[in-house]
Design a protein around this ligand. Structure first.
Ligand SMILES: NC(=O)c1ccc[n+]([C@@H]2O[C@H](COP(=O)([O-])OP(=O)(O)OC[C@H]3O[C@@H](n4cnc5c(N)ncnc54)[C@H](O)[C@@H]3O)[C@@H](O)[C@H]2O)c1
Ligand SMILES: [Zn+2]
Length: 345
């Protein structure tokens, strides 16, 4: 396997790794950002905690917004944070994306360490420097690119994560196999989600894949777009749910997005029927289909906000064979409607 950037640390001893990073960065002040769940389940695992100020926010995608950022910026100000201070983001992708964004913008940027505590954030969200928040209904609409000063990945945190959250992270693992690595896709297919107990192999393999793609195209001018397979339609559904009382996890939206976008790939002649069947059957075996969908007009208006668009054209990243994916594919509205109908029927 290729090397990952030196800022990514896999460890079974989170405290040792964290101390060594802090010794290296020598911040003048530290704070830890948690939500109510990582406060209970993850914070007790950090020895540092007694002397370190805490910033606690409400969990969930619906709080990944500017209001919560204001609370965090205010606390950093109250704690007299300087440009030499450091924020530790202890949590899933919401904490990592938002805590990173807050740190990257506070006084034009302070140091931050991400300690991802969900499968989704360990295999995907914490890697690649995309930081940000949702704006009104639009997913990750406001944000910056900036790598954390360190990312500490310890699979021990997953012991307290519920099955539904674990499965949500698994969607990104499936995506990594589908878009980039034929052998990985084979390994994934050989495992029933319900029987996986050791996540180390999947975490490392997914991180290596994502890091490899990003090394080749850090700012998403080309290749990096393949990581958006399943996310064009998936994000639209996720955005729409932000405005409802119902909850939908990121990976659940992406699993639905991957089915619909695999159908687009089939209809555009990019993949064969047999492979299509294999992909759909595997995803269906792990994830229940979502039944509540935005109306088509709403879907279309949400798609217009997709960050990959060129002018008013919606661009897709679509698989074109096992372990392979193309980007910047134009798709017509009627093809999108067909893919949605296929999913819902
Ligand atoms: N920046 C990127 O490149 C990137 C990539 C993929 C996803 N994302 C973003 O990541 C977010 C989703 O991340 P997520 O799935 O980690 O969601 P999350 O941060 O909301 O965490 C899921 C839930 O698990 C709880 N939790 C976290 N760690 C726990 C633990 N160890 N034990 C028990 N409970 C725990 C959290 O409090 C939360 O309720 C989305 O906002 C998505 O847009 C970003
Ligand atoms: Zn994702």
């Amino acid at each position: 396997m290729k090397k990952v950037p030196s800022s990514i640390h896999f460890t079974q001893n989170v405290n040792k790794q964290l101390y060594s990073c802090l010794k290296f960065f020598k911040p003048d002040r530290i704070a830890i950002l948690v939500d109510e769940n990582t406060l209970v389940h993850c914070l007790p695992k950090l020895q540092l905690v007694k002397e370190t100020p805490l910033i606690q926010i409400k969990s969930g995608e619906k709080n990944k917004n500017i209001e919560t950022c204001k609370i965090i910026w205010q606390q950093l100000t109250d704690f007299k944070f300087t440009r030499k201070s450091l924020l530790i983001n202890l949590g899933g992708g919401v904490i990592g994306d938002m805590g990173g964004f807050v740190a990257a913008t506070f006084k034009r940027g302070i140091q931050f360490i991400n300690i991802p505590t969900t499968l989704l954030s360990q295999v995907d969200a914490s890697i690649g420097g995309k930081l940000g928040i949702d704006f009104n209904q639009f997913k990750n609409h406001i944000g910056v690119f900036k790598d954390p000063d360190a990312i500490i990945i310890c699979d021990e945190f997953l012991n307290t994560l519920c099955r539904r959250e674990l499965k949500s992270g698994f969607a990104e693992i499936v995506k990594h196999g589908l878009i980039y690595d034929l052998n990985y896709w084979r390994d994934i297919r050989m495992n029933l989600f319900s029987e996986i107990t050791d996540w180390q192999y999947f975490i490392k393999k997914s991180v290596f894949i994502k890091a490899d793609v990003i090394e080749k195209d850090p700012y998403e001018s080309g290749l990096r777009k393949i990581l958006n397979f399943g996310h064009t339609l998936g994000h639209s559904i996720e955005s729409w749910y932000l405005d409802t009382e119902k909850d939908l996890l990121h990976g659940e939206a992406i699993a639905a997005g991957m089915i619909m976008e695999a159908k687009l790939a089939l209809d555009l002649g990019l993949i064969e029927e047999k492979y299509f069947g294999q992909v759909i059957n595997y995803i269906d075996q792990v994830f229940d289909r979502i039944t509540l969908f935005p109306p088509f007009d709403k879907f279309k208006s949400l798609l217009r906000q997709d960050k990959k668009n060129q002018g008013s054209t919606v661009m897709f990243s679509l698989i074109n064979g096992p372990g392979s994916c193309l980007f910047d594919i134009k798709v017509k509205d009627n093809q999108i409607a067909d893919a949605i109908n296929f999913y819902l029927n």
